[in-house]
Design a protein around this ligand. Structure first.
Ligand SMILES: Nc1nc2c(c(=O)[nH]1)N[C@H]1C(S)=C(S)[C@@H](COP(=O)(O)OP(=O)(O)OC[C@H]3O[C@@H](n4cnc5c(=O)[nH]c(N)nc54)[C@H](O)[C@@H]3O)O[C@H]1N2
Ligand SMILES: Nc1nc2c(c(=O)[nH]1)N[C@H]1C(S)=C(S)[C@@H](COP(=O)(O)OP(=O)(O)OC[C@H]3O[C@@H](n4cnc5c(=O)[nH]c(N)nc54)[C@H](O)[C@@H]3O)O[C@H]1N2
Ligand code: SF4
Ligand SMILES: [Mo]
Length: 722
């Protein structure tokens, strides 16, 4: 979409912020006559973006035009060691090569490794550098399936919660974000709305102007918590106990919605029996709340309608996080909150889109690979184990001999960082990294290939925090020789001699495939049947079919009708879990790495290795402007005065945070942001720290109870004055 702009020399292009954020903002990019982007702004026509961008992306041109962007393919100089490279000195160890030379060499090496060790010794590693549908996963998936490379189990972010939600509701649908403004009670549970989901905030403000109360359940005093009517600083990893305690009170006092339960749910009697065990007193002892608070929360939640529950992924980054998310997800089904517009819950809206992944990913190509079958799965949350030869659960096979990284910075974001780094440093590991900057991961690469920002390629995008399909149009030429993911994997496929026509698809063809558009120009996806590529071009964003005209027909998932679970109902009790030999009902079990675990004797403090408000995971962490915005919290260990005092630590003191896996130097900050027994620090780049490690030097490869996800918020440490 090209808007007229104030000056004839300026063009305005509709793009979409492709960072891993629920908001997926429409971004208008103003481009001058020389083809240079001169301004980014939030699309005022987008009902959720509402014309504003977060602080991170408002400064986006700092990133696009950063002088340190990687502009050309690079190759490690012969004999140069792998490992942290001082910033600005990367060219000491890398030399520029042409794309042709890089692609030929990479293809030849991958072929040789596949022939010698089997194709499963090649591991692609990617996550959400871009969540554009094509950039996140399309040509790359085709390429690796056809090659027979190991498949990556993408568990690092949302798997525990996703599995939990689907056990209860069958599909990741949730409340319409714009409807939060109609709520009378908003419960933000493990959801840092102000920091991570800022476009929901105006809806909450509007609801509060109409008298709604905001309750935040988060061990950390986020800005969201500080602005709440009631902040409950729950102990990390005890949310399942609280949710079950709320059920106990609700059922005990008859506050449940019996008609809704009878019509819409499965297993309420079994759940009631389970909830009986969770008296407010027991729950209080685990969560650090008082019994009266547990009761008050339950009553308030059950008796105020519409009640909107924003659960985010914070609750499920704990050992028992899957069960916690599952128990929380059941609450609106017990109270019937789904019946009210402005009520219900939202974990994610991503299930609304149903992109045609079969066409995009082409998993069938595995049959044409030398393996002739789907390759083994390697859990990305166990990258350290996979690279250091400790196994690649669940299926072992050849050791990993080649690692192909794109859309991710595992050197900074993967748990158990010291193991990851030992693995990456292996001289016999062939590593390719497709990136925009010299990150903690490129320091270990044999080849670095330059990637594009969302201003520099075309893509289509959905969201996990709203229901609009958007087209992101290329606004500017990529700087230097930067190239998009789709182009890179198409080129590599040609070099490997893969004959399938799909490797020559253009981005536009792939967008049609994603939308399920057939030869007649119409989509076969019921949620997208009204969407044509031409309309998307014209309008930039189009709501999904069920969300088309909210005024006439509001979208209220789970208000009535059949639910896509095995029973056709919202499931309190899961036959599927029972069949797998697991507890079919939610229960609370304290985490191994918690104050109740064995290691607490040596490492008594629970550590929250949280995200930074002004970075996007590790993205932006090296940019001066973003670092300035984050200065209030970056490089700090936030702790409670009662934990600092006996350790002789005062505010501002240098401290060492450590456990068996690693150690990190930070400055102590005693600011009331964490409860007693909990300390917190923020994710950034490892190489910005004096010891070359960040918070993930302390995190473990332990996995969540459901979904085998990472446990960034179940970590025990000790702290000493440095
Ligand atoms: N500014 C910014 N925005 C982001 C990101 C970022 O890095 N920075 N990351 C993006 C990504 S990848 C994602 S997945 C989303 C995630 O968005 P959120 O799910 O909101 O993510 P988190 O910040 O991991 O967790 C939310 C809150 O949960 C709290 N928490 C930790 N442990 C527990 C617990 O045991 N119980 C409860 N109740 N709360 C707990 C944390 O203190 C945190 O404030 O945000 C996206 N948006
Ligand atoms: N301790 C701790 N660790 C965490 C978390 C936490 O809260 N605490 N959060 C976890 C979560 S929720 C997530 S989602 C993961 C996120 O982990 P990642 O998905 O690795 O996220 P980023 O750190 O943003 O790194 C993305 C990288 O992709 C690059 N990139 C951007 N666009 C493109 C592109 O188009 N092509 C290519 N090839 N590259 C591109 C960026 O420059 C950036 O370096 O981190 C996890 N790690
Ligand atoms: S990071 Fe999120 S809030 Fe910021 S511009 Fe991108 S989508 Fe919008
Ligand atoms: Mo994430």
């Amino acid at each position: 979409m090209s808007h007229a702009a104030t000056s004839p020399a300026l063009r305005v292009i509709h793009t979409v912020c492709s960072h891993d954020c629920p908001d997926s903002c429409g971004v208008l990019v103003t481009v001058n006559a020389e083809g240079r982007a001169v301004k980014v702004q939030g699309d005022p026509a987008h009902p959720f973006t509402q014309g504003f961008l977060c602080g991170k992306v408002a400064k986006y041109l700092d990133r696009v035009y950063a002088p340190e962007r990687i502009l050309y393919p690079l190759k490690r100089k012969p004999g140069a060691p792998k490992g942290p490279q001082p910033r600005g000195r990367e060219h000491d160890v890398f030399e520029r090569v042409s794309w042709d030379e890089a692609l030929d060499a990479i293809a030849a090496r991958l072929k040789q490794i596949a022939d010698t060790h089997g194709p499963e010794s090649i591991l692609p590693y990617s996550y959400a550098g871009t969540i554009g549908v094509l950039g996140y996963g399309s040509m790359d998936r085709r390429f690796f399936h056809r090659l027979g490379a190991s498949r990556l189990d993408r568990t690092i972010c949302s798997e525990a919660g996703g599995v939990a939600w689907n056990l209860v509701y069958g599909r990741k649908l949730g409340m319409v974000s714009e409807d939060f403004r109609l709520a009378r009670l908003i419960l933000a549970w493990g959801a840092n709305i102000h920091g991570n989901n800022i476009h929901l905030w105006p809806m909450i403000e509007q609801a509060r102007r109409n008298g709604a109360r905001l309750i935040v359940i988060d061990p950390y005093r986020t800005r969201t918590a500080a602005l709440a009517d009631w902040h409950i600083p729950i102990r990390p990893g005890t949310d399942a106990a609280l949710a079950l305690g709320m059920m106990h009170v609700i059922l005990n006092e008859g506050l449940e919605d019996r008609a809704y339960i009878a019509a819409m749910t499965h297993g309420s009697e079994q759940l009631a029996e389970r909830a009986r065990e969770y008296t407010p007193e027991r729950v209080a002892a685990w969560t650090g709340m008082t019994a009266a608070e547990v009761e008050q929360l339950a009553r308030e939640y059950a008796t105020t309608q519409p009640a909107a529950l924003r659960m985010n992924y914070g609750v499920q980054r704990c050992e028992n996080g899957g069960t916690a998310a599952r128990a929380i997800a059941m609450l609106p089904a017990l109270t019937g909150a789904w019946k009210y517009r402005g009520g219900g819950a939202q974990l994610s809206t991503s299930g609304g889109f149903a992109w045609n992944r079969q066409a995009l990913d082409r998993p069938d190509l595995a049959l044409a690979s030398p393996l002739g079958r789907p390759a083994r799965l390697v859990n990305m949350s166990n990258l350290g184990r996979a690279l250091t030869g400790l196994g690649t659960t669940p299926h072992d096979g050849p050791p990993v001999k080649a690692l192909f990284v794109y859309n991710s910075n595992p050197g900074a974001v993967a748990p158990n960082q010291n193991a990851v780094r030992r693995g990456l440093a292996r001289q016999d590991l062939f590593t390719v990294v497709h990136e925009l900057f010299f990150t903690d991961t490129t320091d270990y690469a044999d080849y670095i290939l330059p990637a594009t920002t969302f201003l520099e390629h075309t893509d289509v995008q959905g969201a996990y925090g709203h229901y609009f399909v958007q087209l992101s149009r290329q606004a500017i030429e990529p700087p230097g020789e930067a190239r998009p993911n789709v182009w890179l994997f198409g080129q590599l496929a040609q070099r490997m001699g893969f004959p399938e026509a799909c490797f020559r698809d253009t981005p536009e063809e792939m967008i049609r495939q994603a939308l399920g558009i057939g030869p007649d120009g119409r989509s076969t996806n019921p949620a997208m049947e009204h969407i044509t590529l031409e309309d998307l071009e014209e309008q930039g964003h189009i709501p999904l079919a069920f969300h088309c005209d909210p005024a006439q027909q509001p979208f209220q998932p789970y208000a009535s009708g059949t639910v896509p679970t095995p029973s056709g109902k919202i499931e309190f009790y899961s036959e599927e879990l029972a069949a797998a030999g697991l507890d079919p009902l939610p229960a609370f079990h304290p985490a191994e790495e918690s104050r109740w675990g064995k290691a607490a004797a040596r490492y008594p403090l629970e550590f929250l290795s949280r995200k930074a408000d002004n970075y996007m995971n590790s993205t932006f962490a090296h940019l001066e402007g973003h670092r300035k915005m984050e200065a209030r919290c970056g490089g700090l260990l936030e702790m409670h005065a009662d934990d600092a005092r006996p350790r002789g630590i005062a505010d501002g003191d240098p401290v060492r945070v450590f456990n068996d896996r690693g150690s990190l130097r930070l400055l102590a900050r005693i600011n009331g942001s964490v409860p007693r027994g909990v300390v917190a620090a923020r994710l950034d780049w490892a190489k910005l720290h004096p010891d070359g490690g960040n918070v993930n030097a302390l995190t473990s490869e332990r996995l969540t109870d459901l979904g085998a996800g990472a446990t960034f918020y179940s970590v025990l440490v000790e702290v000493a004055r440095a």
